[in-house]
Design a protein around this ligand. Structure first.
Ligand SMILES: C[S@@+](CC[C@H](N)C(=O)[O-])C[C@H]1O[C@@H](n2cnc3c(N)ncnc32)[C@H](O)[C@@H]1O
Length: 247
């Protein structure tokens, strides 16, 4: 089965493709979108869940999303039509690092997509290019809660601990005005939702030619999570504004 189809099934019960619950997403959006008429950009928007929630609750907001996944963007477009917000959403099918915009954005989002830019700081450098003066960035990325195994690094990438993560962001000219560290419940709920949805799909489609492959993927990924990174990996979301001297 195609990687994007697997991702679609895995996220069926958890459309936010990051370990954050609905309350955390709502609160982070509230901190970033204080006026209600912002122009919002999401780099690596996936199915557009963050933008859809912003648009559905704020009739004055306009949004643009960028992603390389045509399948995810199709899902975002369909959901926008269902919600009646399609006139205020523009979706760009391209690499986020190649996106250009003539108009700046009041809020730039990027959750779980920093690997596309080569890490957190390069993602912030990209976000800064689009940011209007006085604007803010909402960004979510991983960190090591405890020293990782070599397997975990190979699987998830090269993170640092939370304090060092925030120190680096501050040294890069950003001031955190809010943040959220995903709870154990949010981290576990996300992983169970992904690998549980895949396993359930395989059991429900036992006659499908890809059923065995999907069940195997669920089994392997669940074991990787439990054995390699559940006890060491965390996820932090930051609401950032430019520090005055760095603006
Ligand atoms: C973990 S998902 C997060 C999606 C969304 N931000 C969310 O939190 O629901 C990462 C997304 O980054 C996208 N992505 C990966 N590389 C990218 C790139 N170079 N440019 C744009 N999007 C990219 C993937 O297609 C995927 O939709």
């Amino acid at each position: 089965m195609h990687r994007e189809q697997i991702s679609r099934i895995a996220h069926a019960e958890h459309p936010i493709k990051s370990p954050l619950d609905d309350d955390s997403v709502r609160r982070l959006l509230e901190r970033g979108l204080t006026r209600g008429d912002e122009r919002v950009l999401d780099l690596g928007c996936g199915g557009g869940e963050w933008l859809l929630r912003a648009l559905a609750t704020r009739p004055g907001v306009r949004a643009e999303g960028v992603d390389i996944s045509e399948d995810a963007l199709d899902q975002a477009a369909a959901a926008a039509r269902d919600l009646g917000v399609q006139d205020r959403l523009v979706l760009h099918h391209r690499k986020a690092e190649e996106f250009v915009s003539e108009e700046p954005f009041d809020v730039v989002l990027s959750f779980g997509a920093a690997h596309a830019f080569g890490g957190l700081l390069p993602t912030l450098a990209a976000a800064r290019r689009y940011l209007a003066p006085g604007g803010c960035v909402l960004i979510g990325d991983g960190f090591w809660e405890h020293p990782p195994s070599q397997d975990a690094v190979e699987m998830l990438g090269n993170f640092v601990d939370l304090a060092t993560t925030v120190d680096r962001v501050v040294a890069d000219g950003w001031t955190p005005v809010d943040g959220h560290v995903s709870t154990r419940q949010e981290l576990d709920d996300y992983e169970w939702a992904c690998w549980g949805s895949l396993a359930a799909w395989a059991l429900d489609h036992a006659d499908h030619p890809d059923s065995a492959q999907v069940l195997e993927t669920a089994t392997v990924r669940r074991a990787e999570w439990l054995r390699a990174y559940r006890d060491t990996w965390g996820f932090v979301s930051l609401v950032l504004r430019r520090t005055p001297d760095s603006a």
